[in-house]
Design a protein around this ligand. Sequence first.
Ligand code: ZN
Length: 322
Amino acid sequence: MLRCRNCGSGVPAQPDNLLTICDHCGTLYPSTELAGIPVHIVPSIDEAAIRKAVIERMAVDKQMKNVRIDIESSSGVYVPMFVSRASVSGWWKGYRNERRNKQTVKIWKDGTIDSTGDFPVLARKHAHEFGLAGLGRVVLDAEPVPIGSVVWEDSALPVLSVDMTGEQVDDAVEDNLIDLIGERVKAGDGLTAITEFDTEVSIASRLLLLYPLWTVTYRYRGGSYRVAVGGGRGVVLSAMEPMFYLQRIMRLFVGIGAVGASGGLFYLGCLLLPMMTDDDGAGVIIGIGAAVLACSWAAIATAGRLVASVNVENIGESQGWL
Ligand SMILES: [Zn+2]
């Protein structure tokens, strides 16, 4: 416990937390590893606005629009992220397979890479907060401000601890960025494979960003379900939804169908085998074996979903690589 030099309240200080913040007044206590890194914040909108965003999002949801939900609780935290301004330059060579006159030919291509952007990385080695993966989608849309310029009391929330240093983050940025750029080149030029890839990453600056993430729970027929909301503008990131009766029935039929198909194929295999020559037989056994496995797998997968009481709907795709 340390005593805040600004407001005098007690602040719990964990030894592995590199950035302690006074919950009461927002005064920062950075460790030496983070000294000099600017801390910015996207202030959270208030709790009532977060709850309203959930109600409004559910009202236009395909499955939930006719369902009355009661919000049970809501709580928010600030998620710490490093946002690095990084540049990548270099070149690549690769090919695309194309069918021409019933033959596959390799079309070779090459190009250069020169791009600069902001890349967010979680400032925590382990994080399991519901909806976290969706944050990549909204973080870069936000307009962060230096933490000293906000009235902390207006948007105060607990801040998750930081346990990564700037150097560790730079390594993560380099690795992820090279992967990401590779994927983009591949997708952009429709390549089958990249054979040569020579790039250099340079990181110009980084800051620590605190982004608000809310978890709202609602009740529906005795069950409790969670919704994750980005607190900058109240964007629903991910929602657990009850499985409705019709869906369960559909899955039950798929499951029964798969079990039936699996048994049928096995029976067919037993009938066919005695009629085959040895060479034909081996192919048929492998084919039927694979089909039986596929049907069994479908049955098992469906059974698993049949007993699940919730659907998790991830709203939108994450564009970052948070
Ligand atoms: Zn304080």
